[in-house]
Design a protein around this ligand. Structure first.
Ligand SMILES: NC(=O)c1ccc[n+]([C@@H]2O[C@H](COP(=O)([O-])OP(=O)(O)OC[C@H]3O[C@@H](n4cnc5c(N)ncnc54)[C@H](OP(=O)(O)O)[C@@H]3O)[C@@H](O)[C@H]2O)c1
Length: 245
């Protein structure tokens, strides 16, 4: 049996266990692979967890994406640059190597949303962990960005600074905040939606619901929109590819 899993603090609403269980069924792997959830009250629990026989790899979620790093034997360049790990591979020689597959999810999503369209400036709404993977991919693509934060200390600008000129210049807007996530589905980031046009692209990292209020409001003003569900699937597939290398 090859064992996989997810470590985090609260995993009741995890997407990954269901995703991998269905994948293993679909691909005829259910007898040889399993994916389970491991809720840890403290990252120190990972020491014992990583000794589990047949553990081939695992995902890492909130609040351990940074805290896991000192327990690992190596990091991919991306995980090192971003400072966060969401996927660990247990190598045959016993080494545990950390990766960041959120960046793969962001790459796939931006390709799908933008196609051949070139944008030069983007706004990131929120300054937390998920924004770091988005920043990494935007930098990779030479897209300049500003972080919009509720606090002047955490970002480049605040929501009050979103005037007509800022909105015209930034054609790509990425919601990296949890605003609009289930159960608060009637909420949307506080941006001036009426200043959007058909030349805008809205990417919501929120994946539940798949059609968020942010996307609906953007579409009402002609913007192209994309849900976080593609990113979620792509980061899981990327982890699977790493575990099978
Ligand atoms: N699709 C995927 O595969 C994927 C992957 C990772 C994360 N996500 C989603 O991305 C979202 C953000 O994840 P995260 O881990 O970065 O979350 P987080 O650290 O809890 O929050 C991100 C940032 O959002 C802003 N924020 C938080 N609450 C807010 C509120 N009530 N109003 C306005 N802004 C608020 C904060 O920035 P400021 O204080 O600077 O405003 C915060 O640092 C979540 O919904 C998560 O589910 C999706």
């Amino acid at each position: 049996m090859r064992r996989f899993g997810l470590i985090g603090e609260t995993l009741k609403h995890s997407f990954s266990a269901k995703y991998f269980a269905e994948k293993f069924q679909r691909e005829g792997l259910a007898k040889e692979c399993c994916y389970e959830l491991y809720e840890f009250a403290d990252i120190e629990c990972v020491r014992v967890f990583m000794q589990m026989p047949e553990l081939a790899g695992f995902n890492v979620t909130i609040p351990y994406k940074q805290q896991i790093i000192p327990f690992l034997d190596g990091l991919s360049d991306e995980a090192k640059n971003i400072g966060a790990v969401n996927c660990v591979k247990c190598e045959a020689d016993g080494r545990r190597v950390g990766y960041n597959t959120d960046v793969d999810g962001v790459r796939v999503s931006l390709d799908k949303l933008l196609g051949a369209e070139r944008v030069e400036h983007a706004l990131l709404l929120g300054s937390g962990g998920a924004a770091q993977a988005v920043k990494y991919v935007l930098s990779e693509r030479g897209i300049d960005y500003s972080v919009v934060s509720r606090s002047r200390d955490n970002g480049d600008i605040t929501y009050d600074d979103l005037d007509a000129e800022v909105m015209r210049r930034n054609r790509l807007i990425v919601n990296c905040s949890p605003v609009g996530m289930y159960p608060d589905v009637d909420k949307a980031p506080l941006i001036p939606y009426a200043m959007l046009s058909t030349s805008h692209y809205l990417f919501d990292l929120v994946y539940n619901p798949t059609q968020t209020r942010f996307m609906t409001l953007g579409a009402e003003y002609g913007a192209s929109t994309l849900s976080g569900i593609d990113m979620l699937h792509a980061q899981a597939e990327s982890a699977w590819e790493i575990w099978n290398r």
